[in-house]
Write a protein that binds this ligand. Structure first.
Ligand code: AMP
Ligand code: GLY
Length: 421
C-alpha cells in the first residue's frame, strides 16, 4: 500500500521509520518531511493544513492511507476532508480534535464523563477572571483556551503572576487562543503520558512515557517542546493505568461517541499522579514529540497494522505484541533554544552512526545543504535507543550522542533521572 505521513518533526521521522519496516508498505511519502526522513521516504512539499490540497495530493498519488502527525491539520479538518474524499486516514475529525484544540471543551467532556481532573472555571471577561484568582489564591493555573503551540499555560505560584497571565492572554499574547481563558486548580504530583489508540469505541493502550519539558538539568529553566523522553514510565504502573482507563479514558471516549463525535486516532492523555491516583491534565489528539520516538522504537512495524485497525473500527480484535524492554530518547537542540537560536549550523558524524532497530538518530529540524546536513530548527535531533533496562537504553543513547559532532547544539545529560533515581 501507498502511505502518506503529514509532518516534519522527529515524531514523523519515527513514524516513517516504523511504518517503513512493515512489509505492507510499498511507497512512503512524507509531507513536508526533513533531511532524515528524506533518507527513507519521498518528501513532498504540500500545505498540510489545507484539507482540499491534501485530498487532491492523496488521489493523484494513489495513497491508500494517510497518517496525520501534528494537531494543527487535525483541528483544521484535514481528516474530515480525506474521509469525504474516500481516503483512509489515521487521525480524529475536527470535532473530535477539540479535545486538544479547546481546553474548555475538554473540561466539559470530563465533567459529563465524571473523569477526575482539576477544578476549573471558564472566562471570556478579564475582570471576572481576576476576581476568581483573588478568591482562590495561588498556586493556580491560567490557560489560553485554544491551540497555542504548547505555550498557552501559566502555572502561577503567586497571585501577581496569575494576574499578569490573565492580562497577557486577554491582550492577545496568544492571538485568538487567548480570547477565552480557563483557570484551574493547581494539581500536585508526578506527570506521565498515557498513549491509546481509539476506533470510536474501543480503546487500546500502546504505551506510557515521561517527557522532560524544561530546558535545564534537573528539570529547571524555561519550558520547551520536550528535551527527552523514555518509555515505559514507572509511575504509570499497571494499577494506575487501569484506573486511568476506567475512570478517565473510557468514559471520555464513550462521551465523545454519545455526542456524535467518535474519537478515532491516537489519544495522548497527560496525567498527574499522586498517591496512585491519576487525574487528567490535558488531552492531545496526536502522538507526543519526542514521546512518539520511544514508542515507535518499542512497537516497530506493527504500529501500521494497529493504526489501520483504529481507522477501520477493528481495534476490538487487535493485540499489541509487547517486548519487555525500555526506550529512551535524548533531544539535541540548537544553542539558545527555547529562546532565539542560530539556523544553518553544520552537523557532523551522522553518516558514521551505526543505526539499527536498537538505536536510531531521528531528525527533527534538519535540512540538506551543500555542506551536508545542517540544523534548521530549535529541536534538531532525537537520539533514541532501546535496551533490556532503562539504564542500558540510556547508556546506548548517550554513546550515540557523543559520536555526533555539532558545536551549534546542546542536550540534557540527565534524561530518565526520575525513573533511574
Ligand atoms: P498543558 O499544555 O495543559 O499540558 O500544560 C502544560 C504543563 O503545565 C503541563 O504539562 C503541566 O506540567 C502544567 N499544568 C497544566 N495544568 C496544570 C494543573 N492544573 N496543575 C499543575 N500543573 C499543570
Ligand atoms: N512532548 C510534549 C508534546 O508533544 O506535547
Amino acid at each position: 500500500m501507498n502511505i502518506l505521513i503529514l509532518g516534519s518533526g522527529g515524531r514523523e521521522h519515527a513514524l516513517a521509520w516504523a511504518v517503513k519496516q512493515n512489509p505492507k508498505c510499498d511507497r512512503l511519502i512524507v509531507a513536508p518531511g526533513n533531511a532524515g526522513i528524506a533518507q527513507i521516504a519521498d518528501c513532498a512539499s504540500l500545505d498540510i493544513e489545507d484539507g482540499g490540497a491534501v485530498a487532491v495530493f492523496a488521489e493523484e498519488n494513489a495513497i491508500d492511507f494517510v497518517i496525520v502527525g501534528p494537531e494543527a491539520p487535525l483541528a483544521a479538518g484535514v481528516a474530515d476532508r480525506l474521509s469525504d474524499a474516500g481516503v483512509a486516514v489515521f487521525g480524529p475529525s475536527a470535532a473530535a480534535a477539540q479535545l486538544e484544540a479547546s481546553k474548555h471543551f475538554t473540561k466539559e467532556i470530563c465533567e459529563a464523563a465524571g473523569a477526575p481532573t482539576a477544578a476549573y472555571a471558564h472566562f471570556t471577561d478579564p475582570d471576572a477572571a481576576r476576581a476568581y484568582v483573588k478568591e482562590h489564591g495561588a498556586p493556580i493555573v491560567v490557560k489560553a483556551d485554544g491551540l497555542a503551540a504548547g505555550k498557552g499555560v501559566v502555572v502561577a505560584m503567586d497571585v501577581a503572576t496569575a494576574m499578569s497571565a490573565i492580562d497577557d492572554m486577554f491582550a492577545g499574547a496568544f492571538g485568538g487562543a487567548g480570547a477565552e481563558v480557563v483557570i484551574e486548580e493547581f494539581m500536585e504530583g508526578e506527570e506521565a503520558s498515557f498513549f491509546l489508540l481509539c476506533d470510536g469505541e474501543t480503546v487500546l493502550p500502546i504505551g506510557t512515557a515521561q517527557d522532560h519539558k524544561r530546558v535545564g538539568e534537573g528539570d529547571t529553566g524555561p519550558n520547551t517542546g520536550g528535551m527527552g523522553a523514555y518509555s515505559p514510565a514507572p509511575v504509570l504502573d499497571d494499577e494506575v493505568a487501569q484506573k486511568a482507563l476506567d475512570e478517565i479514558i473510557k468514559p471520555t471516549v464513550a462521551e465523545m461517541a454519545r455526542r456524535g463525535m467518535p474519537y478515532r486516532g491516537v489519544l495522548y492523555a497527560g496525567l498527574m499522579i499522586k498517591d496512585g491516583q491519576p487525574r487528567l491534565v490535558e488531552y492531545n489528539v496526536r502522538f507526543g514529540d519526542p514521546e512518539c520516538q520511544v514508542l515507535m522504537m518499542r512497537l516497530g512495524a506493527q504500529v501500521l497494522d494497529l493504526m489501520q485497525a483504529a481507522a477501520e473500527g477493528r481495534l476490538a480484535d487487535a493485540r499489541v505484541n509487547w517486548a519487555d524492554d525500555h526506550a529512551l530518547t535524548v533531544v539535541m537542540a540548537a544553542n539558545g533554544y527555547p529562546g532565539s537560536y542560530e539556523k544553518g549550523t553544520a552537523i557532523g558524524g551522522l553518516d558514521a552512526l551505526e543505526e539499527s532497530s536498537f538505536a536510531m538518530c531521528f531528525h527533527a529540524g534538519t535540512q540538506s545543504s551543500d555542506e551536508g546536513i545542517v540544523a534548521s530548527g530549535g529541536r534538531v535531533l532525537n537520539v533514541t535507543a532501546r535496551g533490556a533496562t532503562l539504564k542500558e537504553a540510556r547508556d546506548q543513547a548517550y554513546a550515540m550522542v557523543e559520536q555526533i559532532d555539532w558545536p551549534g547544539g546542546f542536550y540534557r545529560t540527565d534524561i530518565g533521572w526520575r525513573a533511574l533515581r
